[in-house]
Design a protein around this ligand. Structure first.
Ligand code: SAM
Length: 206
């Protein structure tokens, strides 16, 4: 998707995803609640949110005291995130073109969250991208991918049927069965939870 589409969406984004009961955001609120439950905030806990959007997902963790760095290529989305998280470090960068941006060189995080943004990368890029993120984790750190995602192809086909014309053929929804071997080869151990018929959370640990 183009950056401009996200810029134009920024104003309505929160309202449009919170109330969604159909594809692609069915389960969005439950997904965010589960992510919050998976993250434990102590003093100085550092979170990197890639594709942070308006900050709707991560803002509660910020309010609990997490040091949040958010990255996004949409200035419109970042403006909304700034309003919710004035002290957060926000970086305007396209992660599909290069990673890391210079601001993140040498940085380490306790959690890296990618919520409804990884599906913009094709599978081969996803694996390299996630593998590269290992270098940005503190010991014991975790990557949490919340997205339109499926445990296997059969579940994905079912969701595709339910979604009808709303399904977007130009996006690359993670199918865990297809990614697991390559991610394990990268040294990750994986846990996946299917949260709604079209949303799931993948947790990666080293
Ligand atoms: C559907 S929104 C999700 C926002 C937020 N993570 C959430 O869960 O509410 C996807 C976000 O990813 C950002 N995004 C998509 N592709 C990106 C890229 N290549 N580099 C940086 N940000 C990207 C978009 O601008 C948008 O803000």
């Amino acid at each position: 998707m183009d950056r401009e589409i996200f810029d134009n969406w920024a104003e309505d984004f929160d309202a449009s995803v919170e109330k969604e009961e159909t594809f692609p955001f069915a389960g969005y609120r439950k997904v965010q609640d589960m992510v919050k439950w998976m993250v434990s905030i102590e003093e100085g806990t550092k979170i990197l949110d890639l594709g942070v959007g308006t900050g709707l997902g991560v803002a509660e963790l910020y309010e609990q005291g997490a040091e949040v760095t958010g990255l996004d290529f949409s200035p419109g989305m970042l403006e909304k995130a700034k309003a919710k998280m004035p002290r957060a470090r926000l970086i305007n960068h396209d992660f599909s073109k290069s990673f890391p941006p210079s601001e993140l060189a040498g940085e380490k995080f306790d959690y890296i969250i990618i919520s409804y943004a990884l599906h913009h990368l094709p599978d081969w890029k996803k694996v390299d991208f996630l593998g590269n993120l290992k270098g940005f984790l503190n010991p014991g750190g975790r990557i949490i991918v919340a997205d339109i995602a499926f445990s296997d192809r059969k579940t994905m086909q079912k969701a595709r049927k339910i979604s009808g014309e709303r399904w977007d053929q130009n996006e690359y929804y993670p199918i865990i069965d297809d990614l697991a071997f390559s991610l394990e080869q990268q040294g990750f151990s994986l846990t996946f939870f299917q949260v709604s018929f079209c949303a799931g959370i993948l947790q990666l640990r080293q």
